[in-house]
Design a protein around this ligand. Structure first.
Ligand SMILES: Cc1cc2nc3c(=O)[nH]c(=O)nc-3n(C[C@H](O)[C@H](O)[C@H](O)COP(=O)(O)O)c2cc1C
Length: 163
């Protein structure tokens, strides 16, 4: 079985998640960073897993655009979607905004990998916003952002059990 993982990651959390995913998916698995590497033809793959991270409610544009442009090719594949984000309670809305509805309906796996802030790597604006988000989360008692590695393992198990 051949699997392609297409992803975008602004500060590296999603990159770490897809590396964990690759380790746990059986068979031949290729990882491609959609913002930095060329994307191979989908013909060679049985399963395509696509995702990125959420900033101001939106996934990275190249991920969103890729799904729209390749809708027909993706419809003929086993597909899975993942996001990294801080707010688990909004993850359903993020999926709906990020990916075409028809593809979400046929996906074999949809997972939120959780999130992590990496302020040492952030640009000034993102650091400023993340400080504000942190303060408002403390004030409103919203659950803190955390990685959800169990959801990465869930996705791997589902892919490994596909015939
Ligand atoms: C400026 C900024 C805006 C963000 N906006 C959201 C958001 O709207 N919703 C959310 O759930 N998480 C948000 N996050 C959290 C990121 O999705 C989370 O940190 C994620 O793990 C980043 O992954 P990456 O390092 O792969 O880009 C935001 C983070 C930053 C720094």
């Amino acid at each position: 079985m051949k699997t392609l993982i297409l992803y975008a990651s602004t500060y590296g959390f999603t990159k770490d998640c897809v590396q964990m995913l690759k380790k746990n998916v059986n068979g031949d698995v290729q990882i491609v960073n959609i913002t930095k590497e060329s994307i191979p033809t989908l013909d060679d793959y049985d399963t395509i897993l696509i995702g990125g991270s959420i900033y101001m409610g939106q996934i990275q544009k190249p991920i969103k655009n890729y799904c729209l442009k390749n809708l027909d090719a993706l419809k003929n594949k086993k597909i899975g979607f993942f996001i990294s984000c801080g707010s688990a309670e909004h993850s359903d809305d993020y999926f709906k905004t990020a990916f075409p509805e028809t593809l979400l309906n046929q996906a074999v796996s949809i997972e939120n990998f959780g999130g992590e802030m990496r302020p040492d790597k952030m640009n000034f604006f993102h650091k400023f916003v993340s400080n504000m988000v942190e303060k408002s989360s403390d004030k409103n008692n919203t659950p803190p952002m955390k990685p959800l590695p169990e959801n990465i393992l869930n996705m791997a198990t589902i892919i490994n059990n596909l015939s």
